[in-house]
Design a protein around this ligand. Structure first.
Ligand code: 6GU
Length: 239
């Protein structure tokens, strides 16, 4: 997968060199290039923003540098991702969609935003996804790109050792995962639940299912409400 990130803070994307994302880059699964938007400015001050038409606080990013940046990075198979507090909530399904694409372009704007005409023009040329991480406001899209790229990279073929960890994990299954434990069996006076040490795989699976439902009910009632009714059996309802 090829990824181009356009930002006025290229240093902010340095963590893309680390950890599994960095490893995927080294392995050749991922080819990331970070570009300074100011490369595409023409004036001596390398201006990228201006005051908003209609008034109001803050600044808006001017269309000209963005238009040039997108023209230069775009391929016939590109998908444009614009992190923004006014985007649709980014989900695991979105991560899977992005992971299936050959080329992503990330446009990092400051939070007052990019001139709308840039997004309108881009939408005529390629698919565009405006995505938000949640209901709070960040200074810009850079940290969102790190989050999105981590969610996407995990789904690329060959990045995770154990494919089962992808199918069983929270959010792809529609429920939160059960709590996990490792050795020692008793630590600080706290014992690992007996069932997990029983070796009875049927009981363990049932316990995990129950914990998963209880957790989801208390922490994410919205997820439980959206969970397909036909996937709940009699034992689930009893839990
Ligand atoms: Cl993706 N960008 C910005 N600027 N703020 C956000 C966000 C994204 N998601 C939540 N808040």
């Amino acid at each position: 997968m090829r990824v181009d990130v356009i930002t006025i803070f290229p240093e902010y994307l340095a963590p893309l060199d680390l950890s599994l994302v960095g490893k995927a880059r080294t392995a050749g699964t991922l080819d990331v290039s970070v570009h300074d938007l100011r490369t595409w400015t023409a004036d001596v001050h390398r201006t990228v923003d201006d005051t908003p038409y209609g008034g109001g606080p803050g600044m808006v990013m001017r269309p000209e540098p963005w238009s040039k940046a997108l023209a230069e990075t775009r391929r016939p198979d590109s998908l444009l991702v614009v992190p923004s507090p006014v985007g649709a909530r980014f989900t695991q399904a979105d991560a899977a969609e992005l992971a299936s694409r050959p080329h992503l372009i990330f446009a990092c704007g400051r939070y007052e935003g990019i001139d709308q005409r840039v997004l309108d023009e881009a939408a005529d040329l390629m698919p565009v996804r405006e995505v938000s991480l949640g209901d709070y406001v960040l200074f810009g899209g850079e940290v969102a790109v790190l989050v999105i790229m981590e969610a996407v990279t995990r789904l690329l073929p060959g990045v995770l050792g154990n494919a089962a960890s992808l199918t069983e994990e929270s959010h792809s299954a529609g429920l939160l995962e059960a709590p996990v434990f490792t050795k020692p069996a008793t630590w600080d006076g706290r014992a690992v639940p007996e069932v997990l040490r029983s070796g009875d795989h049927g009981r363990i699976a049932r316990w995990r299912r129950e914990q998963s439902l209880l957790r989801t009910a208390s922490r994410r009632p919205d997820m439980l409400a959206a969970y397909p009714d036909e996937l709940l059996d009699k034992r689930d309802r009893a839990a």
